[in-house]
Design a protein around this ligand. Structure first.
Ligand SMILES: [Zn+2]
Length: 166
């Protein structure tokens, strides 16, 4: 997640991230290890937790790590009552319905949400159709370039003419 968005969460809920520079207690020094599309989901979750504690975060409560894993949000905390765990669980479940890149949610007329979870890729991702398309194009461009670089290196080494399409 880009710095300005991460800073907004850190600045608005400083007591939840009090150990963010202490690598023994928390991994928040690495920031939010997911893309910008989940900013609102994470911000709202922090806000709900803050409201639950009526703005007074108890000493024992802090956030240890926030990241994407296997296409879903993971939100690790020290310890908390069941209500807080429920909020976290709901946000983690919802992440599969929110594009991790652009934050788009699928809201068809019938009110049924559609998952953006893609498990048919080399890496599991949660992306809307447009972002998936961009992601695939980018990936193929990268693979193509790696192949071309490999061929030209081989060509240099062997001083062989490169025939396109062979
Ligand atoms: Zn998207």
């Amino acid at each position: 997640m880009k710095k300005e968005l991460a800073d907004k969460i850190f600045n608005d809920f400083p007591d939840m991230f009090k150990y963010r520079d202490n690598l023994q207690a928390s991994l928040m020094a690495f920031g939010f290890e997911c893309s910008d599309g989940w900013f609102k989901l994470i911000y709202d979750l922090c806000n709900n937790i803050n409201t639950f504690y009526e703005g007074k975060i108890p000493e024992h409560f802090y956030i240890q790590q926030v990241k994407e894993k296997f296409g879903g949000l993971r939100f690790y905390i020290s310890s908390a009552p069941e209500e807080v765990h429920d909020m976290i669980h709901k946000a983690e479940e919802r992440s599969y319905f929110i594009c991790e890149h652009c934050g788009k949610e699928h809201q068809p007329d019938d009110g049924e949400y559609t998952s953006f979870y893609r498990d048919d890729l080399p890496w599991i991702l949660t992306l809307c159709d447009e972002c998936l398309d961009k992601h695939i194009k980018k990936r193929y461009a990268k693979i193509r370039k790696a192949k071309e670089d490999y061929i030209s290196d081989w060509q240099k080494e062997h001083k062989a003419p490169f025939v396109k399409g062979v």
